[in-house]
Design a protein around this ligand. Structure first.
Ligand SMILES: *[C@@H]1O[C@H](CO)[C@@H](O)[C@H](O)[C@H]1NC(C)=O
Ligand SMILES: *[C@@H]1O[C@H](CO)[C@@H](O)[C@H](O)[C@H]1NC(C)=O
Length: 360
């Protein structure tokens, strides 16, 4: 599936040289000689939340059916999809482990800590107001937990090996959608103080500060996702459209503006922070390409989610009382905000193929 798909793109030669189809037909990245990636460590929002919100007093949760419908034993884990998240897919493609656990998972053992965790919390964002609205973990909270995690690593393997793990692991920073879609547009509390140019400046400066914070703590290989076309998320088509449920152009324009400022900032950090590989990972264009041309990717429905009507249900609004679609592998979106595993797989296969070599 993966190789068939990639053969239609201009990346073919590059991908074929990087990938090998593993035992179960899953693409596995072949790293350059002498390069090791001991762990994956994720920060951000629901795209890479692995269950951090399960024990928080928030409505932004996914630890109940039908979330996890296609996960092992149909178990809801707090992941905001029917199955794996991009964080699971990336840690698996790197051959490290099959699932990336939440740092707050009470059952973590030493081996899990050493091979990586996620600090991400659904509903969070770069704007400090964003996690306040949803009562979830801010980037400051995630940074505090990361510091605690580093102390645990030192206790397990010592100072030197801990620095090695931090310097060689792949860090993922994934946020921005909730700042724009929720805080700025839907709830609107920031519209009184900021126009879109100044709000996107605030987001970029907060993202940049966070990247510098984890760099100071030892992170070197850092992948930063930009914002998706938020105007095309099913819930935003419903809330922000004119009743026709078209993509909301104003929202997409804001995401584009943010992305156009994030990219040079990432490049600047990559150039100034010694020994770093800080990579801007574009998800906007690949997601829009899927939305504009679903059949080419084996998908049929891209304007609503699989859960309930698909137009508005997300988190507690997507629950066991609602029916789900018959075949979620035909849907890009699982709920009105988050992709299905199928959608994430298409996206992440492309992203990994395109960017992995930039980290080494
Ligand atoms: C890989 O490491 C080994 C042992 O340190 C060394 O001999 C070899 O030259 C290295 N290869 C590359 C491509 O750096
Ligand atoms: C990041 O900086 C390194 C040099 O430190 C450079 O080789 C690499 O091309 C830069 N990456 C990007 C994406 O600009």
């Amino acid at each position: 599936m993966y190789l068939t798909y990639s053969s239609s793109s201009s990346l073919t030669i590059f991908l074929v040289s990087l990938l090998l189809v593993g035992d179960h037909g899953r693409a596995r990245i072949i790293l350059p000689e002498n390069v090791t990636v001991p762990a994956v460590i994720a920060f951000g929002d629901s795209i890479v939340d692995q269950g951090a919100n399960n024990n928080l007093k928030t409505l932004v949760k996914a630890n109940f059916a039908p979330y996890g419908k296609d996960f092992v034993a149909g178990k809801p884990t707090g992941r905001f999809s029917n199955n794996k998240t991009p964080a699971d897919m990336i840690v698996e493609q790197l051959g490290i482990k099959v699932l990336l656990p939440a740092y707050l998972d009470p059952s973590l053992d030493d081996k899990e800590l050493l091979t990586g965790v996620s600090f991400a919390s659904g509903g969070s964002g770069y704007d400090p107001q964003t996690p306040k609205i949803t009562a979830v973990l801010s980037f400051a909270d995630q940074l505090d937990q990361f510091k605690e995690y580093i102390e645990k690593l030192k206790g397990i393997v010592g100072e030197e090996r801990t620095q090695y793990i931090l310097a060689n692991s792949l860090f993922l920073v994934v946020a921005g959608s909730d700042d724009l879609a929720n805080t700025y547009f839907t709830i609107g509390i920031r519209r009184l103080q900021y126009d879109i140019p100044s709000y996107t400046n605030l987001m970029v400066s907060s993202a940049s500060n966070f990247i510098q914070d984890i760099y100071k703590l030892g992170a070197r290989r850092i992948g930063v996702f930009n914002a998706p076309p938020i105007g095309c998320l099913p819930s935003q088509r419903t809330l922000g459209g004119n009743g026709l449920r078209m993509c909301v152009e104003e929202y997409n324009k804001a995401a584009q503006l943010y992305n156009s400022k994030l990219q040079p900032e990432i490049k600047h950090l990559n150039g100034t922070l010694a020994q770093s590989r800080i990579v801007n990972i574009d998800i906007y264009r690949p997601l829009l390409a899927i939305i504009e041309n679903p059949l080419q990717y084996g998908l049929e429905v891209v304007d609503r989610g699989c859960c309930g009507t698909g137009n508005i249900e997300v988190a507690v609004l997507c629950n066991q009382l609602l029916p789900t679609c018959l075949d979620d592998s035909k849907y890009l979106f699982w709920d009105s905000y988050h992709p299905t595993e199928k959608g994430y797989n298409i996206l992440i296969s492309q992203v990994v193929g395109k960017y992995i070599s930039d980290f080494f």
